[in-house]
Design a protein around this ligand. Sequence first.
Ligand code: HEM
Length: 464
Amino acid sequence: MLASAPPVSAPDTRGWTVAKAPGAVPLLGHTLALWKNPLGFLASLPAHGDLVELRLGPKRAYLACHPDLVRHVLLSPRKFDKGGVFDKARQLLGNSLSVSRGEEHRRQRRLIQPAFQPAKLAAYTNSVAADTARTIGSWQPGQVLDVSDAMHVLLMRVAARTLFSAGLDDSTTDEARECLRTVSQGIYKRTVAPVGVMEKLPTPGNRRYDESNRRLREIVDEMIKARRGHEGGDEDLLSILLNVEHPQTGERLSEAQILDQVVTFLVAGSETTASTLAFVFHLLGRHPEAERRMQEEIDRVLDGRPAVFDDLQDLPYTKGVITEALRLYPPSWLSMRVAAEDVEIGGHRIAEGTMIMYSSYALHHNAELFPDPERFDPERWLPPRLAEVPRGALVPFGHGAHKCIGDVLALAETTLIVSTIAGGWRLRPVPGTQLRPQPKATLEPGPLPMRCEPRHRKTKDTDG
Ligand code: HEM
């Protein structure tokens, strides 16, 4: 109901529409609808109100549907803090940045933020093109590969290099990737499960989860130890974490905290970025005109050489393609906060402890924010149309105090990988393949078989 809402900057002024979501069933409320067709159900809710009340079993929860209300929630972390599913994830990720709250979160963020300054990213990302070139060096003309799978493996390699300046051998890459997958799925299952009994049973699935969690931590720990062994400059994220010091207190991160943070970066940063890449190639495969335009830009700017961080500013159309993929398929499709006290939102009082959700998927598919929302249209992100995008409508990385700390890194990695691959190859859809996005811990593309076609222009060999 965006049209009826005033263009306010103070979201608690009058004029908001607050509605109950239709279709609640006895006892379960909207749990079944959310379970059966989460994306369709969430995307249907903004038509009912700016703030929509849901029943999740006996509990009342809200979805903030208007971008100004979403901003209000995300910009008021003292009123709307992390809780609920994040509390459960804390048991698995330690009290790391993505799950900590309040003053502890602010403290950690201040300590860690310097590691993600754009000025550092040029150094972390300078071997992304080389890792990508090495991966695509084994592709054969006509070969069919599962792009989802290929991007996850590549991202694991890139993440290891960005975090630890370490090359991963193929078997450790595969193992770490498998562990990460099992751990991410396990975290998701455990955070959405209404009761915590199932996860304690000695089922094969739980044993696999425990073993993957243990092994992932072991691999990361080994890499941290190996990295500690040799002096380095600022060329990877870990070196910053090892040396970071609070300006006033001189406080540093403990070994355990570093391990938790690094595992968190892998969990938060790998599947999300890999899925984004897979969605990008799916969309390009279905939109040859956009693909041609993007390739022209890449050829003009790079002229066959590997892309580096400084090239990103010269690839606006490529960035538009990636932004449009993040709009259509935001990996972080649903998140939540919990009211830390009795608060008012949209002129409506809600009680302490109530869950407030925001869904980037629902915002991004709202026709009142994005005309013709199902259409892949990278030009939305180029001037002059860029100016028409309403404030707060695009939130693939969230907003406010908990905004993704890896947003610029993720965009840089994605652009460098897309431009390296698209410089040398076209990925064609295999006839009959249907994209079925799967909303799990992140929005996943599922298997995406695509055929590799070499282009007239090959990327230069970046192995030196
Ligand atoms: C395309 C890739 C990515 C997407 C779409 C994404 C999305 C997000 C979103 C939406 C949030 C906020 C969730 C909320 O509001 O509850 C978030 C938080 C976070 N992300 Fe990302 N992310 C990506 C890549 C990365 C990378 C590469 C890293 C690290 C290397 C990373 C690390 C984190 C961390 C640590 C947080 C928690 C921040 C805090 O609470 O202070 N993410 N991400």
